[in-house]
Design a protein around this ligand. Structure first.
Ligand SMILES: *[C@@H]1O[C@H](CO)[C@@H](O)[C@H](O)[C@H]1NC(C)=O
Ligand SMILES: *[C@@H]1O[C@H](CO)[C@@H](O)[C@H](O)[C@H]1NC(C)=O
Ligand SMILES: *[C@@H]1O[C@H](CO)[C@@H](O)[C@H](O)[C@H]1NC(C)=O
Length: 296
């Protein structure tokens, strides 16, 4: 079952992003899960998903396994390319005092938006791949900050030219709970907490000096192979005309709508910053609607 986590990643690895902003970023700081992990889980030595250390992982682009949960590049790699920046270095590869001026990647495969404690308190702790939640990743960023810039003014200058990506994250919080048998109705009550964790991390980064932030939503999980397999239904009515499970896509939209509202609140609180919502749901749906248009 665990292997299915990453089918999403492979399926959506080529989602292109058209950032129409004229802003030229000099660095990128990324927080998230397997959708954007460029090596942290593998470097950590955790044995939860060792196959990412071997081909076919990495085979179509890097020609060797990099720790990405994909045979090729991830969305974050295409974003780096779009700004003519090097691929993001995983945090666990950064040697003390030697972090790249072009940014660092804190994303960790299997990571949740909510802290591990949340899951342990609800008897879901044993399914977690990792405790390296969004808050843990923020802690790593704070530890690294003194390597990047020395005082408030130089940090502000540096971060003004940086793009901060908060997610995608939160998808695993729901994956773990759904895979343990939680119902959609039960999981809806989790959404405000997950969205709250993402919004809190976003405001924490703003307090640290971030002014350009992108926060992606969740994918149409009802179209993903793992959900289609685990939650196969005999009722034709449960599927939309593309063969996706309507209720799970509805759940992803429910999360995304709350996230968009939370980002609106942050925009009001911090009028000097730019917060982009990245519509991964809509981008992925283009593949579902017209897969043949997107064959490489
Ligand atoms: C993960 O977090 C739980 C709950 O906070 C804790 O009991 C456990 O020891 C942690 N595991 C690791 C590997 O840090
Ligand atoms: C830097 O910012 C922090 C928090 O905003 C503040 O407490 C501190 O006094 C500032 N330091 C300088 C040197 O301005
Ligand atoms: C977000 O921050 C608020 C205010 O500090 C806190 O009350 C709340 O528990 C936090 N939510 C999460 C999910 O961390």
């Amino acid at each position: 079952m665990k292997n299915n986590f990453f089918i999403l990643v492979i399926l959506f690895q080529t989602v292109g992003l058209a950032l129409s902003t004229p802003q030229k970023y000099e660095s990128i700081f990324n927080f998230g899960d397997s959708l954007s992990d460029t090596g942290n889980l593998l470097l950590s030595g955790a044995l939860v998903f060792p196959v990412i250390g071997q081909l076919p992982y990495g085979e179509t682009f890097f020609q060797h396994a990099t720790g990405r949960c994909s045979d090729g590049r991830l969305i974050i790699d295409f974003i780096a390319e779009a700004f003519s920046l090097p691929y993001l270095e995983p945090y666990l590869a950064v040697k003390q005092g030697q972090s790249s001026p072009h940014g660092v990647n804190f994303a960790f495969s299997g990571a949740t938006a909510l802290d591990a404690e949340f899951f342990f308190q609800r008897n879901m702790g044993s399914i977690l791949w990792t405790n390296n939640s969004l808050n843990v990743q923020l802690g790593w960023f704070r530890k690294l900050k003194s390597d990047l810039c020395s005082d408030n003014e130089s940090c502000d200058d540096f971060f003004k030219k940086s793009l901060f990506l908060v997610g995608e994250i939160g998808g695993n919080d729901y994956n773990y709970a759904f895979f343990l048998g939680g119902s959609i109705k039960q999981l809806q009550s989790m959404v405000p907490s997950v969205v709250g964790a993402i919004a809190n991390a976003t405001s924490a980064l703003i307090e640290e000096g971030a002014v350009e932030l992108m926060v992606p939503g969740n994918f149409p999980i009802g179209c993903s192979a793992v959900y289609l397999t685990l939650f196969e239904s005999p009722k034709k009515d449960d599927y939309d005309r593309h063969g996706c499970l309507k209720a799970f896509n509805g759940f992803a939209k429910y999360h995304n709508n709350q996230l968009k509202q939370a980002l609106d609140t942050l925009r009001q609180k911090y009028p000097h910053v730019r917060i982009f919502y990245a519509d991964y749901y809509g981008a992925a749906m283009r593949y579902v609607h017209a897969p043949l248009h997107h064959v490489l």
